[in-house]
Design a protein around this ligand. Structure first.
Ligand SMILES: [Zn+2]
Length: 293
């Protein structure tokens, strides 16, 4: 494992403007005396998209959390609020590839009851030990992996990063259970960094199961592109369970069922409200075992 210390952590909230939990958790940390407690590294609190928050929308012009590919950041011609904002954030926290901050923790919520979903983009020993540390100390934690070259997530500005996604909570809503779980996950991640820096980490698990995304299923559409059905109740609220070939996944408005045709897979973000703009119905992943260290 790389032994360089993590000197500077940025905790980001409101990357999506209608996911209130992260925004108000940053508020809480600012208002509490003692804030987040004492760590031997710096923790900055950073609101990513306050204009979308004020509008109670996920984004204004473009999903900010898909706007951090180097090619996009380097393209001054790209217009729209989020493209400009991504360049500002890259100036403030980055630049990507040579960033001022060593690690970004990006706070999100889901309308699906997925518990705590820790999203990784890489599986080196540091990141595997981090998610294992949290999973060993908290109930209902799942780890997912979304790999791509030159990642589009905000957190990819920093070399170390994790996205904390907690649900279910509606858009534009605060729920104490979701808020508290997010708070606990953040504190565990910071505790992990503290112990990592001091070489005092406990022995990790031998291995960890990670759900690796490979595709999305899309809502059924009619010939005009309008929604022609809905997620079948058979899979509603079944995040991180196995979907088998032949199970019903959609109920069409004409009453017919649509069945899953393809490999058995684990489903998540089932009927996620934020994905209706792209007509996505759920994410599909394969469970893989990763050996730690
Ligand atoms: Zn989000």
């Amino acid at each position: 494992m790389r032994q360089e210390k993590v000197g500077h952590v940025t905790l980001v909230g409101g990357t999506h403007g209608n996911e209130y939990t992260g925004i108000y958790l940053l508020d809480k940390y600012r208002k509490q005396s003692g804030g987040l407690g004492n760590y031997n590294f710096d923790v900055d609190l950073y609101e990513a998209n306050l204009r979308a928050f004020e509008a109670n929308r996920r984004y204004l012009d473009r999903d900010l959390n898909r706007s951090f590919k180097l090619a996009d950041l380097d393209n001054e011609q790209l217009e729209g609020y989020e493209n400009r904002r991504a360049r500002e954030i890259n100036q403030a926290l980055g630049p990507k590839g040579d960033s001022k901050t060593d690690m970004i923790i990006d706070l999100h919520t889901s309308t699906a009851p997925m518990g705590v979903n820790l999203v990784l983009t890489k599986t080196d020993t540091f990141h595997l030990m981090l998610v294992d540390y949290v999973q060993q100390r908290m109930d209902n934690v799942n780890v997912t992996l979304e790999e791509m070259p030159d990642h589009h997530f905000l957190m990819s500005i920093a070399p170390r990063h994790v996205l904390v996604e907690v649900g279910a909570v509606a858009q534009g809503q605060l729920r104490q259970d979701v808020f508290d779980k997010t708070d606990m996950a953040v504190r565990l991640i910071l505790d992990f960094i503290e112990q990592y820096n001091q070489h005092k980490l406990p022995q990790p698990s031998e291995s960890i199961d990670i759900f690796k995304y490979f595709d999305f299923a899309y809502l059924p559409l009619d010939e005009t592109g309008d929604i022609a059905g809905m997620v079948h109740k058979n899979i509603q609220d079944r995040d991180f369970t196995l979907l088998r070939n032949g199970e019903p996944i959609f109920k069409l408005l004409n009453g017919d069922n649509v069945e899953h045709e393809g490999e058995d897979c684990y489903i998540s973000f089932v009927n996620e409200a934020a994905y209706y703009d792209e007509k996505k119905a759920f994410a599909m992943s394969r469970k893989k075992v990763f050996h730690i260290g």
